[in-house]
Design a protein around this ligand. Sequence first.
Ligand code: SD4
Length: 345
Amino acid sequence: MADRRQFLKTSLLGASALAMSKPLAAAGSTGTAGKSATVRVASTWDFGIAANQAAWAILDKHGHALDAVEAGVRVPEADLKNHSVGKGGYPDRDGKVTLDASIMDAEGNCGAVAALEHVTHAISVARRVMERTPHVLLAGDGALQFALEQGFEKENLLTPEADQAWHEWLKTARYQPVINSEVRDYGAGKPAALPGGKDNHDTIGMLALDAHGKLAGACTTSGMAWKLHGRVGDSPIIGAGLYVDGEVGGATSTGVGEEVIRNAGSFLVVELMRQGRTPTEACREAVMRIVRKKPKTAKDIQVGFLAMNRDGEVGAWAIQSGFSYAVCDAKNQRALIPSKSVYPA
Ligand code: SD4
């Protein structure tokens, strides 16, 4: 959990106060970042704080951003108390836990898996797709077959707690994505607290800039709870849930994946940064694109974008309040920043 004092301090200072704190070891030489760029990692939601620590352990030793983001998001993937990422994630309506994940580097190399069952670390399978196949995205049984061939262990990802939540949901079996997961609707018509309390939030998307000036990103999730079997969200779709361009920056998303896919969300954020917008401005405009297309229903859905430019500057925006993102660099190790939003609390 966030250190409350650090949280308050950082909240008061605001995102802009995350000043350049650790210059690149090799800025402008091997990398694409500007001279004032800062080694930094940022990720979605409060569980991003612990994930960032694992990534930072690599970045701090001048390791590669790609290794950092993979190591970082493996933390929530393995956390059984996290019901929206990896093992312990809530299943689809048939009781099957299916994972979506993607990873991308500054050169445009990328890999992804969709609707992957039985393997906790979907992000590592996605990286293998990127590095050991000529493809970008493997789905379903084929993704599992590939993972097992690569030596990943076959596991049961449905924990007793998630199984119990699924049986609760089956009593009404109503599918209604909710705004933020701590008030996820079990179908009874009114929001109910998640088992496990408020520590449970959506997808983890992570962006990092390393000491070599290289960016990378990763995104991994069990997707929307109680989804149709076979449903794929935005997280494994390059350009939707994740996009990185070493010349510009990277972006990732959380929330209702269908809306992110419809608007090529993360690609849009990166392209807006290319046109000169700050990460915050780019995320805001991408969110507004969704809201403008859905003026009647936007107030009932959540989408949040997180972006980092090639200098390591971070920003975010969401449709609803409640979205937060964690930032870690040499000066602020455990910052948790509330995102601005279109609609207030
Ligand atoms: C999805 N974007 O599968 C993910 C889930 C998520 O808040 O982030 N929910 O659509």
